[in-house]
Design a protein around this ligand. Structure first.
Ligand SMILES: C[C@H](O)[C@H](O)[C@H]1CNC2=NC(N)=NC(=O)C2=N1
Length: 100
């Protein structure tokens, strides 16, 4: 499997291609909180994203509390940000838009 590790400049450029994601203080993850009308909407989004993550072979670190889904994306094998984190972020952004 191929991972394209991103340097600081590439991370800044990639952040422009996603919606509402912020760089974590460590610089090794990006985070976004998704808010829904209720738990069922939030869990439906998580279910769709779980299938997208399997397809992309890249998986989120996330938590859910009622209508909120807090997501952190990082690449565990490289211990940093890669193009895969941004591909998954884009897919999650699109899933959110389809549902709102
Ligand atoms: C074998 C498998 O492809 C790897 O373990 C993948 C699966 N999903 C992954 N997801 C994330 N976020 N980071 C990884 O390093 C990672 N590795």
């Amino acid at each position: 499997m191929r991972y394209e590790t991103l340097d600081a400049g590439a991370v800044q450029a990639a952040l422009e291609t996603v919606d509402g994601w912020a760089l974590a203080p460590s610089g090794k993850a990006i985070t976004r909180t998704f808010v829904f009308r209720n738990f069922v909407e939030a869990f439906g989004f998580m279910t769709e994203c779980a299938l997208l993550a399997e397809k992309l072979d890249h998986h989120p670190d996330w938590s859910n509390s009622y209508s909120r889904v807090e997501v952190s994306l990082t690449t565990h094998v490289t211990k940093g940000l890669t193009d895969r984190d941004f591909k998954l972020a884009q897919a999650m952004d699109q899933a959110f838009l389809r549902r709102n």
